[in-house]
Design a protein around this ligand. Sequence first.
Ligand code: ACO
Length: 389
Amino acid sequence: MITHSNNGFVSGLEGIVAAQTRLSHVDGLAGELILAGYRLEDIAPRVSFEEMVHLLWTDRLPAAAELASLHDDLARWRALPQATLDLLRSAAVAGRSSMDVLRMAAGTLDLDLHLSGHDDVILGHMLLSRIPTAVAAYWRLRQGQTPVSPDPALGHAANYLYMLTGKMSSAARVRGLDTYLNTVIDHGLNASTFTARVIIATRSDMVSAITGAIGALKGPLHGGAPGPALDMVFEIGTADRAEPYLRAKLEAGERLMGFGHRIYKVRDPRAEVLAAAARELYAAGGDRQMYALATAVEETAVRLLAEYKPGRNLQTNVEFYTALLLHGLGMPTELFTPTFAVGRVAGWVGHAWEQIATGRLIRPASQYTGASGRTWAPVGERRAAAALL
Ligand code: ACO
C-alpha cells in the first residue's frame, strides 16, 4: 500500500524510484529477483561467491583467468590491520554485540592503506575481503579463542568458514554458504543500499558508505530479523505448538520475524532458494527434524497472517530460511546478521560505484509540520515545559 499524504509526501519513500541500477531487479508481484540479468534461482546455487561478485561488478561472469585474478586480489587483502585487531580485543572484553563491533571495526579497515586520496575501487575490494575476517576474528575472541589467520588458498566462503571454526569445511557446507552469500548479494534499493548510495553521493568515501550501510542493516526491520526468527522456531519446539504460539503473538500485536516485506507480496524468491539449499544441507547430515519443524512453522505463520492481517499478503521473507540455512552451517544466531553483511557488502560497493558515476547528490525534500509565527523571547522570560516543573 502506498501511503500518500498531501504535497506528494510518501511515507517510507514506498514506491519512489530514487536510483537506476543494472545490478538487480526486484519484481514484488511476480516474486522474481534478477541479478545482473540472471534469475536468482538459476544462478545462486550454481556459481561461487567470487563468480557472483565478478558478475555484479563487471556485468559478466568471469572466464577462468579472470576468476583466478579476482580470487588473488581478494585473498591478498584479507589480513586485518593491527589497530582493527586491537579494537576487536577491547570490544570482546566489553562484550559488545557482533553487529555493533562490525560497525566500529569497518571504519578502521583502511588504517594500513596509504592511498593518495580515496581510491574507491581499491577500498571496495579491500572491504569485501576484510569484512569476513573482522566478523570471524571477533567471533573467536568473544569465545575466548585466538583469531584464525586467513588462508589465501581458499575461496571466499571456504575461508570465512575456516576463520570461524579453525577447520576445513566440507564441500556441501561451502556450497551452502556460497548459495547464501549469492542470494543476499543485492536486492534493489533496500535500506542499507540506499544508505550507502546517500553517503557516497556526497563525495564522501567508500569506507564511510559501507560503515553507514552496516548500521542500517543491523535493524530488525532489515537484516536483524533472522536471529529472532530462529529463536521463534526454537521456542515453538514442536509442530503442534506452532499455532497457539503464533496466534498468541499476533493477538498481542507482535510481528512474526521472517514474514512480510515492503516489496514482495508473494513468497520472497530468496526464501525459495535458501529453503532448497537448507534442504540439501540438512539431507547431507543435519538436524532433519529442525527442517521439518521450520516448514510447519512457516505454513502456520502464513495461514495465521492471512487471518489476522487480511489483504496484506504477508509471506515468508529471506530471513526465515536464512536462519535455517545458517543454523545448518553451524552458525549461532549472533552471526546471522554479520554474515548477511559479508554477502551484501558486494552489492553496497557495486551500488556505490554506480552512484559515483552519476555524480549526483541525493537530497530529497521534507514536508514541514511544525509551528509557525513564533516570536523570540529572552531566556529569563521563557516558561519551562510543564513536565520539567
Ligand atoms: N507480522 C505481523 N504483522 C505484520 C508483519 C509481520 N511480520 N509484517 C507486517 N505486518 C503488518 C503490520 O503490523 C501492518 O498491519 P496494520 O496495517 O494492521 O497496522 C501491516 O502488516 C503492514 O505493515 P507495514 O509495517 O506497513 O509494512 P512494511 O512494508 O513497512 O513492512 C517489514 C515490511 C518491515 C519487513 C515488515 O513486514 C516486518 O516488520 N516484518 C518482520 C521483520 C522481518 O522479517 N524483517 C526482515 C525483512 S527482509 C529484509 O529486510 C532483508
